[in-house]
Design a binder for this molecule. Structure first.
Ligand code: AP5
Ligand code: MG
Length: 214
């Protein structure tokens, strides 16, 4: 199964993508996580990406498209994947469709996690992220067992640099301009499904399971 997660920053794409990946045993591929891992390791890509991410802007398509196409050709992707944070622009979506077309494949579902802007800033300030394995927590809604420590890999949890309120507002603006048009794009392909992302995170997951088929 090939799934694309859509939704504003902080809508819960990463949270739900992880649960989908666990249940369906497919890789969770997050461009944000890939960029953050590169930033942590100090790679050339990481240095270039950081300049954009810290300002709440998108990393340019030419750095992003090739990265993801390489990833999708890896062996663990043969049974599908859940893409989180990709595509994020129309050119990225078109390139993905083109790559899949050549293989006679297609995205099965684009799951749009719908959360209004007013809920987002609040959520982000409580988020804690593991930069080692990509797990995401919330100090109130999804706390780790031990405060400040990742349940999965025991690394230290951090507040992401781009989760400052002013950067979140910029990310929301960029989302509406460049990413929201993908809702129409996948609607036209007939694979768009929307869930109410303001619900409790287990309820959001149940709605997704209903869509994908248990
Ligand atoms: P990325 O890491 O993808 O960030 P994002 O899209 O802004 O999304 P987030 O990860 O912030 O939110 P999320 O929807 O995953 O929410 P989460 O599950 O964590 O990208 C970061 C940056 O990298 C971008 O700004 C861009 O610069 C660059 N980038 C990445 N991909 C790119 C691309 N393709 N092209 C160009 N640039 C790219 O949930 C948020 C919080 O809420 C958590 O604390 C969670 O525990 C909590 N929560 C989740 N669900 C619920 C719920 N139902 N109720 C209560 N709390 C909840
Ligand atoms: Mg995320």
């Amino acid at each position: 199964m090939k799934i694309v997660m859509l939704g504003a920053p902080g809508a819960g794409k990463g949270t739900q993508a992880k649960k989908i990946a666990d249940k369906w045993q497919i890789p969770h591929i997050s461009t944000g996580d890939i960029f953050r891992a590169n930033i942590k390791q100090g790679t050339e890509l990481g240095k270039k990406a950081k300049a954009f991410i810290d300002k709440g802007m998108l990393v340019p398509d030419e750095l992003t498209i090739e990265l993801i196409i390489d990833r999708l050709h890896q062996a663990d992707c043969t049974n599908g994947y859940v893409l989180d944070g990709y595509p994020r622009t129309i050119p990225q979506a078109e390139s993905l469709t083109e790559v899949l077309d050549k293989l006679d494949e297609a995205i099965d579902y684009a799951v749009n996690v719908d959360v209004p802007d007013e809920n987002i800033v609040n959520r982000m300030s409580g988020r804690r992220a593991c930069l080692n394995c990509g797990a995401t927590y919330h100090i109130k809604y999804a706390p780790p067992v031990n405060e400040g420590i990742c349940d999965r890999c025991q690394s230290e949890l951090v507040l992401r640099d781009d989760d400052k309120p002013e950067t979140v507002l910029k990310r929301l603006e960029v989302y509406h301009e460049q990413t929201q048009p993908l809702i129409d794009y996948y609607e036209k392909l007939g694979v768009l499904r929307s869930v109410d992302g303001t619900k409790d995170l287990e309820d959001v997951f149940s709605a997704i399971v209903d869509i994908l088929g248990a």
